[in-house]
Design a binder for this molecule. Structure first.
Ligand SMILES: *Cc1c(COP(=O)(O)O)cnc(C)c1O
Length: 385
């Protein structure tokens, strides 16, 4: 996350937003310091109301991270040993890790190779009498195909939980991520659409009882004080993060528009440099608002890792989200899955590449990224000749 250099392009640059909002952010920090209320309290309560309203739901429960949000949601549903939760095999580890930590078993489902999101057609045959919930992920900032999941969840009496960590502000049929299931889990990790200056997260829901239970769980399950009703833990949100997130939230819509414009520009640059067969561009599904938390291309011809080396050498930021599908992770081997079980997820893990994206990325920087990709491809063609 270094500042821009002459030739290099960072994957992400958090300093630009800080400089833009510096005086307001610092005023918010000082307000919290002077208040003496540094954990939970009025800043957190205000942020909870603002985020819930933004997502179009009734309640928000602030917590320590997106991972805490997932854990709170699962524990609020009393999911644990003996239960199963269906989730995609291609997502960030926390989606599965939080399920395992409850004692429940994650049951993986393959992805739609076009959107990298859970393929609803593969969900129903994973349902058993032990299935309690479907944990859907809106990967890279675009909502999964929800309508079939709504039908499946209703038919089998399952709770639909959204991992919307990468998709705050994304929409499906005009409804915001976080309002598309029964519980929506958000992350304010610094590189997400709305980033804190440290770890922070939230669960959003329309259910008052679940909201109440999660507020209890995040403070060791206490109710009343020092009487522990549920087996909770410390999942609290700091007031400093809440205060700074409240400064940033009014800018979120503009930042999302910038991300969309940047994505459109990448699309055009890839076309312009005749790279579209080499770098498969992200697909936007109809009736959805893609927030482009990441701009992820699929690199053809088994050249992904060589392209990564080339870009790194030219100081162009890039990252592989994610190099392994979840069933290929060492700590999840006990689940008994094998190579070939989720072919679309495994294939994606071998081909995807995220290019630099953040709301302030300039057209000139994007041109450098794509020119560098084009130079790599020319080298390959020359070598092959
Ligand atoms: C970032 C992320 C999380 C976890 O959020 P943290 O705030 O880092 O704990 C969970 N799921 C997905 C899909 C994420 O991208």
């Amino acid at each position: 996350m270094a500042a821009n250099t002459e030739a290099g392009v960072p994957l992400c640059d958090l300093q630009v937003q800080y400089r833009e909002l510096q005086s307001e952010l610092e005023a918010a920090v000082l307000r919290v310091l002077a208040s003496g209320q540094v954990i939970l309290g009025p800043e957190v309560t205000a942020l909870e109301a603002e985020i819930a309203a933004y997502c179009g739901v009734a309640y928000g429960v602030g917590c320590g991270s997106g991972t805490d949000a997932l854990s709170l949601a699962l524990h609020a549903l009393e999911i644990g040993r003996g239960d199963e939760v269906i989730l995609p095999a291609f997502t960030f580890f926390a989606t599965a890790g939080s399920v395992c930590r409850t004692g429940a078993r994650p049951v993986f489902c393959d992805i739609d190779p076009i959107t990298y999101n859970m393929d609803p057609l593969q969900v129903e045959n994973k349902i058993t009498p032990r299935t309690r919930a479907i944990l859907v992920v809106h990967l890279f900032g675009q909502c999964a195909d929800m309508e079939p999941l709504w039908i499946i969840a209703e038919r089998h009496d399952l709770v639909l939980i959204e991992d919307a960590a990468q998709a705050l502000g994304a929409e499906y049929q005009g409804k915001r991520a976080g309002s598309l299931g029964s519980l929506g889990c958000l992350s304010f990790y610094p590189t997400k659409n709305l980033g804190a200056y440290g770890d922070a997260g939230m669960v959003v829901t329309n259910d008052p009882e679940w909201a109440h239970r999660m507020k209890c769980l995040r403070v060791h399950g206490m109710e009343p004080r020092y009487h522990h009703k549920h087996l909770g833990w410390n999942a609290r949100l700091d007031a400093l993060h809440a205060a700074m997130l409240r400064v940033k939230l009014p800018h979120l819509e503009r930042w999302i528009s910038n991300r969309q414009a940047i994505a459109a520009r990448y699309d055009a640059l890839i076309e312009e440099h005749h790279l579209s067969h080499f770098l498969e561009r992200p697909i936007r599904r109809p009736n959805r608002r893609h927030t482009f938390n990441q701009y992820v291309v699929r690199v053809a011809n088994g050249q992904r890792d060589a392209l990564v080396r080339h870009l790194k050498a030219e100081q162009i930021g890039c990252e592989i989200y994610y190099p392994l599908a979840l069933h290929q992770q060492e700590c999840l081997r006990y689940l008994g899955y094998g190579t070939g079980d989720f072919p679309a997820s495994e294939k994606a893990a071998g081909q995807v590449l995220a290019l630099p994206i953040y709301p302030e990325l300039t057209a000139e920087q994007q041109r450098r990224v794509i020119q560098s990709c084009a130079a790599f491809l020319r080298q390959q063609v020359r070598r092959a000749a």
